[in-house]
Design a protein around this ligand. Structure first.
Ligand SMILES: Cc1ncc(COP(=O)(O)O)c(C=O)c1O
Length: 482
């Protein structure tokens, strides 16, 4: 997929796999979609999957497994303690990352809970290139706070910079001095920086940032959940490393960090997670938290079948033909939307295409959640489910005021190996239609607003009858049944 050239055709992504099992999809008529969206409280997390045509909410736990992953599941060794499956998984991780201590956990946020519980004390700071919702929620729950030091250009939506996830090294050193090194629990670098559009961080930047951390004796943590996309971008864009294999680059990155954790709902194409800890004493100091929160130390809340599958998935994440599928589909989608004039995050990152709702819905004030409104409008106009990644995904300040997100994005995730190019074309088509009717989209307001992670379970309603009017306009162009 990475290199195959076309003779008399524009260059398009070419899958290096074939489909062996399919799941039937249905597209509800647009009036029914309006009913379902209303019942879901204008929150795409609350929709039923059966009411969705293309589910682009997330890439988490919904990536397609390979035949090799599925067949590995059959040899899963069920045991509460000492499962052979765990040792196979641990050995594979040691082979790839060069770290032998492994704490299993049921998913990425469980790893974040363990890390925060062990290292964050009230008043502490965790420095990051950028936060991820659940990583931040665990830190603030324990009285810590997060400093996000992604370089300013990482937040510019239209760009051709290759590594928008890079941390600002000057700000990093200043922040350590301002906070006091003893108050910094750890420095967390997120590969494939999720909330700014799945943007990668360069090896060079990781090297420099971890060097600064070491100078001050601060623990370094890599969130490797989106490492596979980041590896693809390093291989494609980081000149100095272009002759290194994906495996060599992975080991070079791993060697920089004290701790690596990941969600195996992304990394490994399955469902689970793990924390790798370089130092033996540090590892032993965290061990007791696994049986307390997750399960015994040889399964950590995961199904052994999933563990077998992800062990094969880790190896597949080292294969350029496989890890290029997601980024190349995303790039195709982003390029076509950009050519049409739709504001999208460029260059295309990993995990999904990201629409810039702050521009598309510039007529909607941030306190009426422009990205939240846009994501609902897209479900109405196409049965496509995306995810709001903007102010709605933030938590309010302590005084109850809104914390406005630095970016208002709608993420259209591309679960790996799941969608076809014609489905991608359909998405592009419906986004174009919606862009041409963007003035019809109005705001949202909360009816029920949970205090923590409100985007998951919050109930909202439109600020006017804009959804009905939008649906009428859609029916004029596409008819009742589309
Ligand atoms: C970068 C990153 N870290 C952590 C997580 C949390 O992982 P999980 O959903 O498995 O809890 C995610 C999930 O989307 C993520 O993208």
């Amino acid at each position: 997929m990475a290199n195959i050239k076309f003779y008399k055709h524009e260059q398009i992504p070419l899958e290096m796999h074939k489909v062996k099992i399919v799941q039937e999809l249905k597209l509800l008529p647009v009036d029914e979609r309006l009913k379902k969206m209303t019942e879901a409280g204008f929150n795409t997390f609350q929709l039923h999957n059966g009411d969705i045509f293309l589910d682009m909410l997330t890439d988490s736990g919904v990536n397609a497994m390979s035949d090799n992953m599925q067949s590995a599941m059959l040899r899963a060794d069920d045991a509460y303690a000492g499962s052979e499956t765990f040792y196979r998984m641990k050995d594979k991780l040691t082979e790839i990352f060069g770290i032998k201590n492994c704490l299993p956990a049921h998913q990425g946020r469980a790893c974040e809970n363990i890390l925060a519980t062990r290292f964050v004390k009230p008043g502490n700071c965790v420095i990051m290139n950028y936060h991820f919702t659940t990583a931040k929620a665990h830190i603030t729950r324990l009285g810590g706070h997060v400093e996000e030091l992604v370089k300013d250009e990482g937040l510019v939506s239209k760009s051709d910079l290759p590594f928008k996830g890079n941390i600002d090294l000057k700000k990093l050193e200043k922040c350590i001095k301002d906070e006091g090194k003893e108050n910094v629990s750890y420095i967390r670098l997120e590969s494939g920086t999720n909330l700014i559009g799945g943007q990668p961080i360069s090896y060079e930047n990781m090297k420099e940032a971890t060097k600064i951390a070491k100078k001050y004796g601060i623990l370094t943590v890599l969130d490797a959940s989106l490492l596979q996309d980041n590896l693809y971008f390093i291989k494609e864009r980081e000149e100095k490393l272009k002759d290194k294999s994906v495996r060599e680059i992975t080991r070079m990155i791993a060697d920089l960090f004290d701790i690596i954790y990941f969600s195996a709902r992304k990394f490994g194409f399955a469902r689970g997670g793990a924390i790798l800890v370089r130092d033996d004493d540090l590892f032993h100091s965290m061990e007791d938290l696994i049986p307390m929160f997750e399960g015994f130390l040889t399964y950590g809340g995961m199904s052994v079948k999933e563990m077998e599958a992800m062990t094969v998935g880790f190896d597949e994440s080292m294969d350029m033909n496989i890890i290029s599928q997601g980024p190349q589909f995303i790039e195709y989608c982003v390029k076509k939307l950009d050519e049409y004039g739709v504001p999208v995050i460029t260059p295309g990152g990993g995990l999904g295409a990201h629409l810039d709702a702050s521009v598309i819905c510039s007529h909607i004030p941030q306190e009426e959640y422009p990205a939240g409104a846009l994501v609902c409008a897209l479900y109405l106009c196409g049965g496509i489910r995306g995810m709001e990644r903007g102010t709605l995904s933030e938590e309010r300040n302590a005084d109850g005021s809104e914390r406005f997100a630095s970016m208002e994005l709608v993420r259209l995730a591309f679960p790996r190996r799941v969608f076809t190019l014609s489905q991608t074309e359909y998405v592009i088509d419906r986004v174009k239609w919606l862009y041409d009717h963007r003035d019809m989209i109005g705001g949202l307001k909360f009816v029920h607003e949970p205090k923590t992670l409100r985007f998951f379970t919050g109930i909202l309603e439109p600020t006017s009858d804009w959804p009905q009017k939008l649906v009428e306009a859609y029916k004029k162009d596409f008819g009742e049944d589309n």
